[in-house]
Design a protein around this ligand. Structure first.
Ligand SMILES: N[C@@H](CCC(=O)N[C@@H](CS)C(=O)NCC(=O)O)C(=O)O
Length: 212
């Protein structure tokens, strides 16, 4: 398996965590977002969506981090990233999707670049935008995690799940943009625990070969 990744990409970070949790070996291929290597013809030929990550496996290329993770879950069910009961699975997916579909896309690189270049916004305004959507997304997640966590160390129950896999990269990003995370003590405690786990630590941006 080959993972097209970039050290700071939080969507790629999710997939790296899932690969590590499932104990799967993979080859990392770095696609540098800064010179927009993801918009070059050779990468678009692989992944026409033009976003990182993508997983090349068995002659196919899968884009979208959650599609990749669900593929890994189906092909390598152990350890599971989703609980057993349909209702619990839906709850975990709901938290993961709140990050991957509602929060992260608003703060993605291309959105921030568009605010700066096309809409002429200053850095301070872009930071305000970024922090607003983190606060809005984390507000709901904080309450959901408070209700669903079984031990204050996992988003749902007492096992690592897809919701945890999505949380840690988003917290990393929020810290990078100096968001105020004090109103979210449950999320911070969960992330602090997860960051100590080897599968998460080895997937962290600073631990990647292309980190700079
Ligand atoms: N929903 C996609 C999001 C992928 C995505 O936005 N990746 C970012 C890096 S985290 C990217 O490639 N950004 C390039 C850009 O915005 O131009 C997924 O979960 O894979």
């Amino acid at each position: 398996m080959k993972l097209y990744t970039y050290f700071r990409s939080s969507a790629a970070f999710r997939v790296r965590i899932a690969l590590n949790l499932k104990g799967l070996d993979y080859e990392s291929v770095s696609v540098d977002l800064r010179p927009a290597a993801h918009r070059q013809q050779d990468y678009l030929a692989l992944n026409p969506q033009g976003l990182i990550p993508a997983l090349s496996v068995g002659g196919s290329v899968i884009g979208q981090s959650l599609a990749v993770i669900e593929y890994l879950e189906e092909t390598h069910p152990s350890p599971p990233l989703l609980p057993r009961s349909p209702r619990d699975r839906a709850q975990v997916r709901s938290m993961a999707l709140a990050i991957a579909c509602d929060l992260h896309p608003l703060n993605n690189l291309r959105v921030l670049k568009y605010l700066r270049a096309q809409l002429g916004q200053e850095e301070a305004a872009v930071d305000t935008w970024y922090r607003h959507w983190i606060a809005e997304g984390f507000r709901g997640l904080e309450e959901e995690a408070r209700r669903a966590s079984g031990d204050g160390r996992h988003m749902f129950g007492t096992e690592v799940s897809l919701a945890d896999v999505c949380l840690v990269p988003q917290v990393f990003n929020a810290r990078r943009f100096k968001c105020n995370l004090q109103p979210f003590p449950t999320l911070l405690a969960i992330s602090a625990h997860l960051e100590t786990l080897p599968a998460f630590a080895r997937a962290a941006p600073d631990a990647q070969p292309d980190a700079s």
